[in-house]
Design a binder for this molecule. Structure first.
Ligand code: ADP
Length: 123
């Protein structure tokens, strides 16, 4: 079974992409299986090496959107791409808007091996 850390990497990690095109989200949301049964409405991909993202677990502790206290905010800005489902887009034709950004990101970490399990947002 896919672990929560593996799921985070499938849904959010894309370190190797240097050029993000307008069709990036449509391709990646499909390739990473986020168009199964429904279109995932919003999702962020992170274009930084995994070691840099894992290191966020040792950076500033912040409260998560769900009230838990295991979220951490990156001390530096990171290259990310936000994918947002376009209005009127209906499953199985999931059509996304692709937006490249440089922002500080917030992730949830679980103490076993300090693995990241959830993307909480960007600021
Ligand atoms: P994402 O939120 O990264 O888009 P999911 O919602 O599929 O992806 O998975 C998040 C996972 O992380 C869930 O299994 C959830 O139980 C776990 N988790 C651990 N800590 C938190 C937290 N503080 N907030 C939200 N989810 C958390």
């Amino acid at each position: 079974k896919e672990s929560r850390a593996e799921k985070f990497q499938r849904q959010h990690m894309d370190p190797d992409t240097s050029t993000v095109t307008a069709s990036y989200c449509n391709e990646m949301m499909k390739r990473r299986n986020m168009m199964v049964g429904q279109c995932k409405p919003v999702n962020t991909f992170i274009h930084e090496p995994l070691h840099k993202v894992r290191a966020i677990c040792f950076q500033g502790n912040v409260r998560c959107k769900n009230g838990q206290s295991n979220c951490h905010q990156s001390s530096s800005k990171m290259r990310i791409t936000d994918c947002r489902l376009k209005k009127g887009s209906k499953y199985p034709k999931c059509d996304y808007e692709t937006q490249q950004l440089q922002k500080s990101i917030i992730v949830a970490c679980e103490c076993v091996q300090y693995e990241i399990v959830h993307f909480d947002g960007s600021v």
